[in-house]
Write a protein that binds this ligand. Structure first.
Ligand code: ADP
Ligand code: K
Ligand code: ZN
Length: 433
């Protein structure tokens, strides 16, 4: 069940030694082959000679998303383009996309880390995995694809969309696992119900969900609706794609593959490392990447790290569920709100479907937050007072969790647009003002 036991269960001291050796190597590589990194290091007066153990990582400068944009498309490649065998780009909706390049060895590392994840979920070469993440420039589809092949399982490369066919093939091919965003999984669950095919006729046992934040309550919902165990997979294009880390069968934190991707948590304001276990911004350094190494890349994802040995026997550090990206945090009348907080409340209340949309606006210089949420069919009623009572109930609950009073709009079942990839949960009209 453990794909690479030597690494995944390595003692802390040995792991730090390995990380130190690899850090030195990747810093030398970046310094000598990427003018961008050389210049940044020269500016603060350090050279690769200053990096001798993993503790020295704090001497390195940070890298941010804007650096990738400024060096678009290939400015951060640390090898000649003849060595790059694959490009991917992030779906970023604003500005230029982020482009990343992989050498053959980078792709084999990627395959290995995803295979570790699949094993951690309990999958083997006897299992088939329906990959319903989008294929193409997005890392989701192809990332999972080669991971399943590395594991030796059977990949069903259906990509996202075409929901009816997804369900038919999932049924006919007997997929054991489904890999997609949690929001698409919800959509599929609804469609399976509509299809009239009995749940027992599917072989589905395992969900491989990630690429967007999801809550513990959403896990329960998906596990119940699909009759599966739902596991987290985490990753980002800049670091490699999905498979930077994953949950194990203990479902108690996302193990990060820290022999390849060294994680730190820093205070997003001061950029100082936080006390162990405290929350902050996740920062990664790729320890083995050849094509496009990332030194202290600021993910903007907010989480915390736990170095205790896991029940599963793995020593690999675990991160807690991602609260959200700092970019996703809404500031409404001075109060910080994450969409995941709203999700958590909606899923707690049985009267509502887990589909919601936040609409933020500014009227007369005051921010407003509207929460649109679907009522479940069974609770839907034409009687005004019933709907008002429901509205009161959810408003009250949101108020106590968020610390502000949103304007809740209860909408008919199935009226909020379903997502086949990453869900869009927020419309912020203030940005247009
Ligand atoms: P984009 O930046 O265009 O969305 P990516 O696919 O690279 O492109 O997105 C990576 C981001 O997606 C991560 O930084 C994180 O914010 C989010 N993400 C990925 N996996 C998870 C997960 N399992 N839980 C929460 N957020 C996730
Ligand atoms: K992703
Ligand atoms: Zn574990």
């Amino acid at each position: 069940m453990i794909w690479n036991e030597t690494i995944e269960c390595m003692g802390r001291e040995d792991m730090r030694k390995l990380q130190g050796i690899r850090l030195k190597r990747v810093v030398e590589h970046a310094y000598h082959n990427t003018p961008f990194y050389r210049k940044k290091m020269q500016e603060i007066g350090i050279t690769p000679g200053d990096i001798n153990s993993i503790d020295d990582i704090v001497k390195l400068p940070f890298t941010v998303k804007q650096d990738l944009r400024d060096n678009y498309p290939f400015g951060l490649m640390a090898v000649p383009m003849s060595e790059i065998v694959r490009l991917h780009a992030s779906s970023g909706t604003t500005g230029k996309p982020i482009v990343v390049g992989y050498t053959r060895k980078d792709l084999s590392v990627w395959g290995e880390v995803v295979a570790r994840c699949l094993s951690a979920y309990g999958l083997t070469r006897n299992d088939s995995v329906q990959v319903s993440y989008g294929y193409g420039l997005f890392t989701g589809g192809l990332g999972l694809h080669y991971g399943v092949e590395t594991l030796g399982g059977t990949v069903i490369p259906i990509s996202s969309g075409n929901t009816q066919k997804q369900i038919q093939l999932m049924h006919d091919f007997g997929a054991k696992a489904l890999a997609c965003t949690p929001s698409y999984a919800l959509f599929l669950a609804e469609a399976i119900k509509d299809s009239g095919i009995k749940r027992e006729e599917f072989q589905l046992k395992t969900g491989i969900f990630g690429a967007e934040p999801w809550t513990e309550n959403m896990r329960k919902e998906l596990e119940e609706k699909l009759g599966i165990k739902a596991y987290d997979i985490y990753g980002l294009t800049e670091i490699i794609g999905p498979g930077v880390g994953c949950e194990c069968q203990s479902q108690n934190g996302t193990h990060l593959w820290e022999d390849h991707f060294f994680p730190e948590i820093v205070d997003p304001v001061t950029l100082e490392p936080v006390e162990p276990g405290q929350p902050g911004e996740l920062v990664f350094t790729t320890l083995t990447k050849e094509g496009m190494p990332m030194l202290r890349y600021r993910t903007r994802d907010l989480t915390s790290l736990n170095y205790e040995v896991c029940e599963c026997g793995r020593t690999a550090v675990r991160m807690s569920r991602i609260l959200g990206r700092s970019d996703d945090m809404l500031i409404i009348r001075g109060v910080n709100v994450f969409p995941s907080q709203v999700e958590s409340v909606i899923l707690e209340l049985e009267e509502f479907e887990p589909h919601y949309l936040l609409v933020v606006d500014r009227v007369n210089n005051t921010d407003s937050l509207q929460v649109q949420v679907e009522v479940r069919q069974e609770f839907y009623s034409d009687e005004m007072n019933k709907m008002l009572a429901l509205k009161k109930k959810i408003t009250h609950r949101l108020q106590s969790v968020l610390g502000l009073t949103p304007d809740v709009r209860i909408v008919e079942p199935r009226s909020i647009e379903r997502s086949q990839g990453k869900a869009k949960r927020v419309i912020d009209n203030r940005k247009l003002l």
